[in-house]
Design a protein around this ligand. Structure first.
Ligand code: G6P
Length: 608
């Protein structure tokens, strides 16, 4: 989720690198850095925070040179700090490398190099690759990069320079986007055409496994060490369109990113054969976690809904008594926290004031505190004793989508881990769960294909004044989240309710103008839910059901059905929420509202 830029030509590299980085800030902005080759040495500047900080730092410094690389970081390994910012360097400090993605076997590479006497400075996976290239360097950067990449597992988009080879940038891609942009007597590499669009529109997109050696007047593409030819294309779209990746809104882009973001959340953490989960950030506190007597999930908004699911998952899979609290209530309630209580803060931003205060309160009362956070190095990430990052990249749409599904997934992974260690889950059960997790990204992709159908439903009901969302068990928090999405961006009053509670109040609202969304995947509570659907039908309510394919029982009593693939009930919320995100989105678009910036709402609420 970071941004890469590289320049070689006859102009000063610095302003070009800075402007490219600014253009990519929407991809990540917790730290940044650049390296420029000047007279066979590397000039380097790095900073924590936005590109503006880096810009100020480079002022009045003699960072001259016509070759350079830059990076804006969205941290995945190690806090945002200058030492962890890119570029990372080899031991001789002559090679500089910028990297997007995750090197999965970085620990074994690091150990091997440390045995060779090479010292490491940062906590990043990237440094292992930079040091490995340096270790293998025999006077030719191109082959050193090829050799190093043959030893690397994981995902990368990289750009590398060597101060003794000031005529080239070597760049490669495996899983993280990379482009080459062609100018006149100058060329660029970037992770994103947004970075280079102001200089040239002629672009070639690298595919996985491809490498490129870029000189100021020559571009050489390679694959498996052999030369290949690639076509350049002239981009016709605007900068803003590129930032949104061709989607009309960031929210839509983020909904569509979920197959990838869920993949990132799981990357290197699932042990499919063993039926287990690895969560590196919790290793030091795992013993305490296993012995916990009670878990309290804390969060606000969407994160609170993820907490409700965490509660179910902990009870169901790990046998841990669990509860979920609104952070804003918990902080003022003088909560009783006994020994063995673990407070788990869930937060996309890691900066929500109420969640932070709640975690401080729990800490003050001696609870072990854990963060399930997206933004690396954010305050909640720093102030909790340990945690797990979501790795979903920056979320820009105010209504949270991709962060939610990853929050739930992390809760499920942690519940499986604890369930195994506490002897609550058999190997077989855990095996089924982790393998079902692994299948989620492709199932989410299938659901995303339903957009046209969901759009048609949105067209039919966008004029409704109220909506009701109903679900039971694991689907109740999804009902709350679906209703919240609709409220947030369409300003339609929507209520989420446990389906059986409907008869104690909301049933009074039901008439022929009231759409009721039922969350009805096949699970142990489905037959009970069917009775609830009948109750709505009897009052002429409009039934929109989210169910599994070929469910004739549900189909025959629904006005509309949205069919989603089946998975285990514990993981079904990650699938069933997707059509609700799309439904809210399409209704808001129908109503002509500003989806990414809904009125009165803020992305990160740092006030009480
Ligand atoms: C705001 C956002 C919500 C988010 C909530 C908690 O209300 O609009 O989308 O769920 O804050 O934010 P956090 O960053 O702590 O997850």
């Amino acid at each position: 989720m970071c941004g890469i830029i590289g320049y070689i030509g006859n102009k000063e590299a610095l302003p070009i690198l800075l402007s490219g980085l600014e253009r990519m800030e929407y991809r990540g902005y917790d730290s940044a850095g650049l390296a420029i080759v000047n007279n066979r040495s590397l000039l380097v500047e790095k900073s924590v925070g936005r590109i503006e900080v880096l810009k100020q730092k480079t002022k009045n410094k003699n960072l001259y040179g016509n070759l350079g690389i830059g990076h804006t970081r969205w941290a995945t390994h190690g806090d945002p700090s200058t030492v962890n910012a890119h570029p990372q360097f080899d031991a001789s400090k002559k090679i500089a490398l910028v990297h997007n993605g995750i090197i999965e076997n970085y620990q074994s590479i690091r150990k091997m190099l440390e045995k060779e006497g090479i010292q490491f400075e940062s906590e990043t996976d990237t440094e292992a690759l930079a040091k490995l290239i340096g270790f293998l360097y025999r006077g030719d950067l191109e082959s050193a990069v090829e050799d190093a990449l043959s030893q690397v597992d994981g995902a990368y988009g990289i750009a590398v320079i060597h101060s003794d080879e000031p005529d080239k940038i070597v760049a490669a891609r495996m899983g993280s986007p990379l482009i080459v942009a062609k100018g006149t007597d100058e060329n660029f590499v970037a992770s994103d055409p947004a970075a280079t669009l102001e200089f040239t529109r002629d672009v070639a997109f690298l595919n996985d496994g491809e490498m490129v050696v870029v000189k100021h007047n020559e571009i050489k593409f390679k694959k498996q060490r052999k030369m290949i030819t690639k076509e350049f294309e002239t981009l016709a779209y605007s900068l803003e369109e590129i930032e949104r990746g061709g989607f009309d809104h960031f929210m839509l882009k983020e909904i569509y990113m979920q197959p990838q973001t869920l993949e990132e959340t799981m990357r290197g953490r699932l042990m499919l054969k063993e039926g287990d989960v690895k969560l590196g950030g919790l290793r030091d506190v795992m013993e305490q976690l296993v012995k916990m007597k009670r878990a309290i999930f804390l969060g606000c908004g969407t994160a609170w809904h993820a907490g409700l699911l965490g509660e179910h998952l902990f009870e169901d899979l790990a046998g841990i008594p669990a509860e979920t609290e609104y952070a804003s209530e918990f902080r003022y309630r003088n909560p009783v926290i006994e020994d063995g209580t673990v407070a788990i803060a869930i937060s996309q931003s890691g900066e929500t004031a109420d969640t932070l205060a709640a975690i401080r309160e729990a800490k003050r009362k001696n609870a072990l505190t854990i963060g399930i956070v997206n933004v690396v190095g954010s305050t909640i990430a720093r102030e909790t004793h340990a945690g797990t990052y979501l790795r979903t990249g920056p979320e820009i749409g105010v209504a949270s989508t991709k962060a939610f599904t990853s929050q739930v997934l992390v809760c499920a992974m942690l519940a499986v881990k604890l369930g195994r260690l506490r002897g609550k889950l058999s190997h077989e059960e855990a095996f089924d769960l982790v393998n079902a997790m692994n299948e989620l990204p492709s199932k989410v992709s299938e659901i995303l294909e339903l957009r046209d159908q969901i759009k048609a439903i949105a067209q039919r009901f966008s004029q409704a004044r109220n909506f009701l969302y109903l679900g039971r068990g694991y689907q109740f928090p999804v009902a709350l989240e679906g209703a919240l999405k609709l409220k947030e961006i369409s300003y339609i009053l929507a209520e989420g309710y446990p389906a059986a509670e409907m008869k104690h109040g909301p049933i009074a609202l039901i008439d022929e103008n009231m759409p009721v969304v039922f969350l009805a995947p096949r699970d142990p509570l489905r037959s009970k839910l069917i009775s609830n659907i009948e109750q709505v039908r009897a009052r002429k309510g409009i039934v929109i059901s989210v169910c599994n394919p070929n469910d004739q029982d549900i189909r025959s009593i629904s006005n509309e059905v949205i069919e989603i693939p089946q998975t285990l009930p514990q993981l079904a919320p990650i699938l069933s929420v997707i059509p609700l995100q799309l439904l809210a989105y399409e209704i808001a678009v129908q109503l002509g509202l500003n989806v990414d910036r809904p009125r009165n709402l803020a992305k990160s609420v740092t006030v009480e």
